[in-house]
Each structure stands twice: as C-alpha cells, then as structure tokens.
Design a protein around this ligand. Sequence first.
Ligand SMILES: C[S@@+](CC[C@H](N)C(=O)[O-])C[C@H]1O[C@@H](n2cnc3c(N)ncnc32)[C@H](O)[C@@H]1O
Length: 521
Amino acid sequence: MAAQLPRSFTERMKELLGPEYEDFAETYNEAPHTGIRVNTLKISATVLPGLLPFPVEPIPWCGTGFYTEEGARPGKHPYYHAGLYYIQEPSAMSPVELLGVTPGDHVLDLCAAPGGKSTQIAAKLQGKGLLVSNDLNAERTKALAKNLELAGVRNAIVLNESPERIAAAFRHGFDRILIDAPCSGEGMFRKDEDMVRQWNEQSPRKYADMQREILAAAALALKPGGTIVYSTCTFSPEENEGGIFEFLSAHREFEVVPVGGTGSFSPGFDPVPGAARLWPHKVKGEGHFIAVLKHGGTAEGANAVASASAADGESAASRRGRALASAPPRSGGGRGRDTGGSGPARRDKTPAGRGAAGRSSSGHGDARRSGAAAGGDGLAAYGAFLRDQLAREPEGFPVWFGEHLYLSPLPGEALNGLKTVRPGWYMGQNRSGRFVPGHPLATALTPEECLRSLQLDGDGPEAVSYLKGETLSVPAERLNVAPGASPKGYVLVCVDGYSLGWGKWQDGMLKNEYPAGWRWT
Ligand SMILES: C[S@@+](CC[C@H](N)C(=O)[O-])C[C@H]1O[C@@H](n2cnc3c(N)ncnc32)[C@H](O)[C@@H]1O
C-alpha cells in the first residue's frame, strides 16, 4: 500500500503483538481479500457458486460467504443486479454469523449503513420476524435502503435515528441487536487508504466515547435473555476489550459468550479473552473485533411493538399496535373485489400513522404530504393492480405515505415519532387512480407470484440491455402468462428465474420500467 502507516499506530501494534508483529506488518504488502455473500432470500449457497462465471472459494466463518479472485468483477454480472449476492469484505461477514438470528426474531441493526450486515440478517430471517435497520447518518440511509431493496427484503424498516431514541421507543423490544460500531477503522487500513489519512492519535478515544453511548442504548432496547453482538473493524483495545469491559462492569446482567479462540477466531486481549479477533496475518480477511454479549434474564417479554406501546403510554393507538403485534401481517388492499372496503388497509391507512410524518422521508415521494393519505381512490387502484398483475397478494401492515403504499412488518403506529426512511416493503404509488408498482416490489417477488414473467438468459445480451434501460422486442409466446390472464400488462423481468424489475408488455414490445438510478453503466 502507498500510504504510510502512522508511527503511533505501528508502535502500539508492536507492543500488542510482540513477536507476531513482523507477520502482521508483512500483510500491508499483500492485496486485501475480496468476497461475495450469497443472498439466501433468493438462491441457496450450494447452487449459486455453480452458476457463476468466476471461481469462488468458501470463507471458513460464513457458510454463505465466498472469496473471489482478483479481476472477477462480481458487480458486473446480471446476477448481482438480481440481488443474488452482496459484495462484502470477508471478515465483515463474521459478526452476523455470531448473532444467532433465527426466522421470526425481532432484530435491530443499530449502525447499519450501507447495509452489508443488514442484508445478511435479512437472509437469516427468511422473511419472518422483523428487522429494524438504523443509521444516524441520513445520507447513508439511502444506500442502506437501496441495498435492502436490491436484496429483495420484505420485512425491514429503515430508520434514521439516534440509538437513545430507538431505545426509548422500543424498550426491551429486540431479541438480537447488532452494533457494528463507528470506529477508527485501523483494521481497514490495507483495504481503504482513506482510513489511514483520517486516523489520528485521538481517534480511538473519540470513537470509544461514541461506542459507550451506543452500547448503553442497545442494552435498553434488548429483551431479557437477548443477545448483542458488538463489532468493530479496528485494532485499538480502547475501542474493543476496553469498551466491553467497561460495559460489563456497568451492566452486570450481561456476560461474554466465549467465541474467541474457536475456529478462525483468535482470542481477545485480557480482560476479555472470550471476545474474538480476526487478524490479517492469521486469516484471509481484514482486522475485526467481535464480542457476543448475552443478557442473563429469561427470554420472556414484550416484542418490539408491545414495548413501543408501553413506552408511549397506553394510548388507543398503542393498544391497537400491541393487539396487532401478535396477529399475522395483513395485506394492503385485498385482491380484486376488496378494493377499499372495510379491510385492514382502510383501518391502517393513516399516513405512516402519525403526526410526526413531517420528519419522515420515504424517498418515494414527499412524506410531508402524508397528512393526506390516499383515499378510497388509492385503495381501489391497489386492489385493481393486485387483481390484474399479481398471482398472490403480498403480506404486511399497510402504511401510506401520501400516495405511496408500503407493507410494513409492524403497524404504522409503532413508528410514531421516529424518523422513518422506509416503513417497510415499498409497493408503489397511486397516480390518479392508477397504481404504479415500485421497483422494490419487483425485486422481492418470484415469477410464481406474478401473472406475467419473462425469462432472460444470464449469458445473453438481453439481460444487460434490460439493465441498461432499453426497450425489448418480445413476442407474446415468450411471456409466461398465468392461465386466463392477458399478456398485456406488468411483467416481472427475470434473469434465469430471479427477478430484476418490471417491464410493461403490449403488442410485442416490453417497455422498460427499470429505474434510471439503478441502471447498468
Ligand atoms: C462500520 S459502519 C456500519 C457498516 C454496516 N454495518 C455494514 O455492514 O454495511 C458504522 C455506521 O455507524 C453509523 N453511526 C455513527 N454514529 C452512529 C450512532 N451514534 N448511531 C447509529 N449509527 C451511527 C455511521 O453513519 C456508519 O454508517
């Protein structure tokens, strides 16, 4: 690497590593390792490697992770645009592997942007339960939302909040919390030389102060018996074992689950040897620290919605939110005939359900208009869309932001007062009585859930043409049309069976609905 490592950093590393330091220093003359992680929401980790045009090797600590070789360019393949994998630094795949997520859990990813670990959590949830992905930096939540959408995640809420406000709203609400903390980034010096330039001697202290506050808030948001995984990509003990020791001293109900010293994970330094470290001179990956913190209480307790209700006081809305929490998510509009009747969409169509909507930004329109929810007009349009375009009705609590409809894993009321970037899975927009489906709806759907689909060949030129936004000439015989449906209408465009986006078919032409901001360049 070209950048000079700061002297005070190398001095400290010599002291920490002793005789191992030479091996550690040598890694700065080697190229960083690269990897992809299979998105098991879409495809299995045993199938994808055989479909890829470049070789991959398994990553020992992540069953869905694979090393890629230099020159592989995994971002330049239609499968990447179908969300079949996420490009991720190999060590960065380890924290979620240690979080122990199972389908149905309520999971909070507190420092989530740009979403590498959130998409990994979503894959482990398999569409069941709840993922709240949060980041304090509003700009960075845009990439977070986009990556969740690319991965076809249906049950995620994206927030732009402080950890303290999340803890107040969802007190003891989550089974598992990931803190992938902001840090001085020493473990990434080899991969990203900007990290070297941004570092100074005060960096570890500055970040340790931030990390302390984030950890304290996470403890309040965790259910009794739940698990927090704290991770950084830095070497400084002050931001790692030091911060964890301080946290444990103030939170006696937590203990460290010993993962350090097992498998690929080296032990942490005293006084927290049970924490795990990934060293670049010992594994094929960059520097990482992980501590698994288990709360000693029993796992009984409120889930995220019930806790939100308790924190707000027992208002009618919160009682309803709590009651709904145990019910299965309901659909947004009802298929066909039930277009704006007395179904759940009407009851829940409060615009994100809340007076705080002015602070919300869906990114799919102007959330400040949310005082004017879509009327029966919007519901009728959505109902007609379901009837004419989809074979199955998507599930979730309907939340309207103005004319934009989302299906949320929580009732809209649960998000009252929180800066909400995405309240759930984006369905689309009512435009004067016509429902225009959103791109995230397409990326999460399978061909079986649509009345029309088109298969493009991953090796052929058409998939890239589609991703570039071009119109395709498609005879009706090439469409897969459900029995009794007309070929005219929205078509789920797929590459080898995996959805890419929408097209609109009429008279042999497929109008391209792939969004401009997502196009292949
Ligand atoms: C290491 S990055 C997260 C990477 C992410 N987990 C991933 O896998 O893609 C740390 C993130 O923490 C965010 N952040 C910084 N301070 C924060 C705070 N007090 N609360 C929540 N997020 C914060 C930063 O904006 C940054 O996006």
